[in-house]
Structure formats: structure tokens, C-alpha cells
Ligand binder design. Sequence first.
Ligand SMILES: Cc1ncc(C[n+]2csc(CCOP(=O)(O)OP(=O)(O)O)c2C)c(N)n1
Ligand SMILES: [Mg+2]
Length: 410
Amino acid sequence: MVETRKGGLFVPEPEVRPGGQPDFSNVKIPRAGTVERPPVDVDPRDIRDMAYSIIRVLNRDGEAVGPWAGTLSDDELLEGLKHMMTLRAFDARMQTAQRQGKTSFYMQHMGEEAVSCAFRRAMEPGDMNFPTYRQAGLLIAGGYPMVDMMNQIYSNEADPLKGRQLPIMYSSKEHGFFSISGNLGTQFVQAVGWAMASAIKSDDRIAAGWIGDGSTAESDFHAALVFASTYRAPVVLNIVNNQWAISTFQGIARGGSGTFAARGLGFGLPSLRVDGNDYLAVHAVGKWAVERARMGLGATLVEYVTYRVGAHSTSDDPSAYRPKTESDNWPLGDPVIRLKNHLITRGAWSEERHKQSEAEVMDSVIVAQKEAEKHGTLHAGGRPSARDMFEGVYAEMPPHLRRQRQQAGV
Ligand SMILES: Cc1ncc(C[n+]2csc(CCOP(=O)(O)OP(=O)(O)O)c2C)c(N)n1
Ligand SMILES: [Mg+2]
């Protein structure tokens, strides 16, 4: 790792900055199919080396190989491809909508679609995700209506959250998607707490917590691991390592631990790393961890190795801090193209069908967008009533809020 010194202090630095030649030679990538698949009741002490490897299923020829292959049928894979393509088209339209002033803010998932889309398919109804803003794929793959997502983004009169959340901070209890909190790291402690409550009630529902590479530097991450490991909470703890935390590279939060997964070793947690751009690998590892949790065997820490291709948000310009062509050099490729190629190799898909499907998916997103825009956008059309801001917190409204509502005249 490159380091600078400030007096006696060592400061990790990214290998390359804008203008430099992208270099991922430090990312060690094992061949697909080479990492073992232990039984779910394995003793975590016997698989410590998995925190330093990467579980991969899809090889360079688009074949599914090794012990983690075989969890999904052709139809399930085609569905997964459609979910990822939908998320990508959704992102493209909403990014443009933000530039057109229809919403104040948007965050894309480009390059990371497999992580949330495939993981969602490893869960069961009743399980609960505690997501960040980078997991809208959980909703899309979980069948949540796109129109409702757009209504939320536009804060319009049909916004299910009535304008009370930042755009993209969705919430749907029915779809196992806990209200997104902008305060990163909270997702981990809340997921562990929810999972502990489920276990206390002898329920078999499990939780999944989500955190980014950068946010693992928050105290909440470490506190969550204490409770998750001590009480063997039925939770899957997902770290999405997309290499960047806005403009801060992953080496700062990772520090001397070698990998993010390795953070779990000191807690005695099974700690796996997986190719986050490999839909099949994400699904297989998700299934393994979910099953472990559901069987009462405790928490699993999973690091998804991926890359944030787009800007952090509509308020960010990555060309200020990383080479423009860095994403082209990312060695794990594009999750959509890799699954497409795999399906072609299986004889279940073709380039022509893919092109046609791309157009159909985009059409369905545009139809949803037109429907949502009938209910208004940020500066035009219907908006939530000011009265809504007084609702939804207290079962019985306390007197001071009633007074404020009267003063507001709503
Ligand atoms: C507790 C907290 N501190 C700081 C922020 C501001 N913030 C928003 S996103 C972000 C970067 C997060 O990076 P990472 O955890 O890697 O997630 P990614 O955006 O890459 O998915 C920061 C610092 C925040 N939202 N919450
Ligand atoms: Mg990140």
C-alpha cells in the first residue's frame, strides 16, 4: 500500500490519482471455483482463511464452476438478470430526472447491481433488511412497485412516505425493507437488535444488516459485531466494499486488517469474501449465511468485493479524486454482462434477446415514470399535504403537536 508520512504518522493513499494509470494489481483474485464450500454448521475457527480469499462461481468463459455453483435454475437466473437490468434502467432515468430538476437528489448502483438483487433472492418473506441507500435492488428484486419508488423520489402527492424522507430513502415493512437512515452504521446495530428480538421470541425470521466499506470505521460496526457474536444473533452482516467512500479510498477504513471480512475474525464470526459482481456467487453465499442464521447457528460476516462505477451521488464528481478510466480496469467486470454471458453459455439467452429485453425493460421504467409524474415532481404538480408531517409518529397526537398543526392551519 502507498503511504505518506505526517511526522511519525502513516497515512494510507490510493495507488493512483486522476491523471495516473489505473492499477488494481493489489487486488488478489483467485480463480473461480477454487474456494471450498464448508457445511453451514462449520466451526468458524476452521475457515479463517476464507476471510482472505474471494468466493467466485462464474469463470472467464462464463461458466459456473466449483462447489458454490448450482443454486439457481435458468428461470431464476433470467429473472435475476431482469432485476439487475431494471435497476440499471431505473438509475439512468432517475439520474436524468435529477438533472432535470424533478428531484433534488439521487444515488446510483452502477456496477453493484448483483449484490442487492441476488441477496434478496436468498431471503424469505418475513425476513428484514436494514439497508443503506445503495441497496434499492432489494426492493426491485422483492417485487416492490417501481412507481412507488419514483413517487418517493419525487416527494409527490403519492409518495408513500409523504415527503418526510430524503429522496431514495425508501421504507417498506411489507417488503422486508426497514426505513433507510442517512446515519450510516446504524443499520448494523439495528439489524443485530432486530435479530436478537426475533431469537428471544423463538421466531425463525432473520435480519440482514448492510454497511459500506467506509462506514465500517464507525463505532456502530464494531458494537454490532460484539452483540452479534456474543449472542449468536440470527443475522447476516453484509459489508459492501465498492472501493470508495465518496472520495475516500477503502484503504483508510480497512487499515491494517488486510480485508474487511477479516474484521470478523477477532469476534469469532465466520467471515467470507465474495465476488460482488458475480450474481451466482452472491446468491450462493447469501443462501449459506441465511441458512446458518435460520438454523440458530449465529451471525455471518460477508464482504462483497465490488466497484462503484458511478459517482457517489448526484452531488459528487469522481474525476476529482480517481482516474476517469478506473472502472474500465476493475478486474471483476460488469455484473450484468457476466450474467448475460453465462446465460448465453447455458443456451438460455442470446445477444438478440438481450437487446430486445433491454428495450422492454427501459419501456417499463418509462411507463412507471410517466405514471409517477402524474402525481407530481419536486417543483410541479401534487405534493404531500403539510398535515402529513404531524401524522405517523404518535398513536395519539400530543397537545403541543395539535397546537402546532392548528397554527400551521392544515
Ligand atoms: C454517520 C455518518 N457519517 C457520515 C455520513 C456522510 N456520508 C454519507 S455517504 C458517506 C460515504 C459512505 O461510504 P461507504 O460506507 O463506503 O458506502 P458507499 O457510499 O460506498 O456505498 C458518508 C461519509 C453519514 N451519512 N453518516
Ligand atoms: Mg463504499
